[in-house]
Design a binder for this molecule. Structure first.
Ligand code: SF4
Length: 219
């Protein structure tokens, strides 16, 4: 007999939307984490007179070896060119970013942080401190497994077109999963020619190249 107040049954069979109870609760848990991330970033934004999109742009430009174009940024944040252009114009007026010629195309323009932008962004990057402080108390094996799980989820959402850009190891053409017998470092990066474990999986790698096959002329 089921105890009174028992937890809801975890139906293994998918329901009409294709998910189990567990799948839906995981999605809800991710929504709660997403809410925390947005709240922490927006707090940082408002105290400095920035909009959320301006804050995300500054954080994205930080430490970038290849400064992006407007179209790169629009794809990165899944927003229109007009939205990104407006946010970039506001940041230029605040002298936090500068526009410069694209080294790959002289007619194009790319964006980079000014010195004032670098200083402000160093402050903004502390948005994640409440999360990293909490994570410091968690076990390394749990964190490595969670990183792999989340990046596989990101990779799957990228494959189905829900997420436009994912510069992670699991979506990279240089990544060979479980290439080695060593359980501590089972994966291999063919670009860096090095084995590595789940804990070293990259979330935003400057050397990433998409694993998607390049489209052929006429396709
Ligand atoms: S190039 Fe970067 S993203 Fe690709 S497998 Fe190597 S470390 Fe990972």
């Amino acid at each position: 007999m089921e105890a009174e107040g028992a937890l809801p049954a975890d139906r293994a069979e998918p329901s009409a939307d294709g998910g189990t109870d567990l799948d839906r609760r995981l999605a809800m848990a991710l929504e709660r984490v997403g809410h925390v991330v947005r709240t922490l970033q927006w707090r940082q934004a408002y105290t400095r007179g920035l909009s959320p999109i301006q804050t995300r742009l500054l954080l994205h430009l930080s430490g970038r070896t290849r400064p992006p174009r407007v179209s790169d940024l629009a794809a990165e944040f899944d927003v229109s060119l007009a939205t990104v252009s407006d946010a970039l114009a506001a940041l230029r007026r605040k002298e936090l970013i500068r526009r410069e010629p694209d080294p790959a195309d002289r007619r194009g323009r790319v964006f980079a942080l000014t010195d004032a932008g670098e200083r402000l962004t160093a402050d903004l990057e502390r948005w994640s401190t409440p999360i990293t402080e909490r994570l410091a108390a968690c076990g390394e094996a749990d964190k490595a497994a969670a990183l792999r799980f989340l990046l596989d989820l990101v990779g799957g959402l990228h494959d189905t077109g829900v997420l436009a850009i994912a510069r992670t190891c699991v979506t990279c053409r240089f990544f060979v999963r479980d290439a080695h017998d060593d359980p501590r470092r089972p994966h291999h990066c063919r670009l860096l020619d090095t084995p590595f474990g789940d804990a070293a999986l990259r979330v935003d790698c400057a050397e990433h190249q998409s694993a998607e096959p390049a489209s052929l002329p006429g396709e």
